[in-house]
Design a protein around this ligand. Structure first.
Ligand SMILES: [Mg+2]
Ligand SMILES: [Zn+2]
Length: 225
């Protein structure tokens, strides 16, 4: 690591900024007929995230929109220390992006209290104009990614080249792993920690955003950031 590079943070949303995964919570709560095999296929890697998430939401009628939003707002908890973390990155003038495979209709209201500029939130969209919900994918994979991510985290990270930027990734799941392999510094929890351990990718485990603030402060003190 070199202190001459500009740090930039790419932070996952579901299970990272929130305590748990909202797409999983929505499906388990509303149980649209046929979602279970699709979710298994996603978890097993037999279907891409884009295809699977699109297919699961296509099982839900658009008229459920408001009900889904109030369900998510009522149950999603924000991880401890997130507001303090945003204060810290603003004070340090560190660029901060939310990079999420979630959907704007629940991410935007949950992030509203935190004043993150809209162009710093990368996620998927949803179209409620048809009978059933149609997920839209404004940030697809670009070369060399061929994972059919839906919202492609590595494509966004690559826009901040490693020669100029200290790329910092924060995440919790297997969908963060491709990004973790190319980032300079990884803060991980849950499945991402296990995957990094298994494949020898350097990472710093965390549980709260206060843990990340402490570690960043240490690294700044040591002059490595
Ligand atoms: Mg996640
Ligand atoms: Zn991709």
């Amino acid at each position: 690591m070199s202190s001459s590079k500009k740090p930039v943070i790419f932070c996952d949303f579901d299970g990272t900024i929130t305590n748990s995964d909202n797409i999983v919570a929505i499906m388990k709560h509303f149980q649209p007929a046929g979602y279970e095999p699709i979710m298994h296929h996603i978890v097993n890697g037999h279907t891409s995230i884009r295809e699977g998430v699109g297919a699961m939401f296509a099982l839900m009628p658009s008229v459920q929109k408001d009900e889904i939003i109030s369900y998510v707002l009522g149950q999603a908890g924000i991880r401890e220390g997130f507001a303090r973390f945003l204060d810290y990155v603003r004070e340090q003038q560190i660029e901060f992006f939310v990079t999420s495979g979630g959907i704007d209709f629940f991410i935007d209201p949950l992030l509203k209290p935190f004043d993150i500029p809209q162009d710093h939130i990368f996620c998927n969209g949803a179209d409620f104009s048809g009978d059933n919900i149609q997920i839209t994918w404004p940030h697809p994979c670009e070369k060399p990614c061929t994972n059919d991510c839906g919202m492609c985290k590595t494509t966004i990270i690559r826009q901040y080249p490693a020669e100029q930027y200290e790329q910092i990734l924060i995440g919790d799941s297997l969908t963060d792993f491709e990004g973790a392999k190319i980032a300079d510094l990884v803060y991980s929890r849950s499945h991402l920690t296990l995957k990094c351990q298994e494949l020898g990718v350097p990472h710093v485990p965390f549980e709260t955003f206060d843990d990340i603030i402490e570690d960043l402060k240490q690294k700044q003190k040591q002059g490595v950031l």
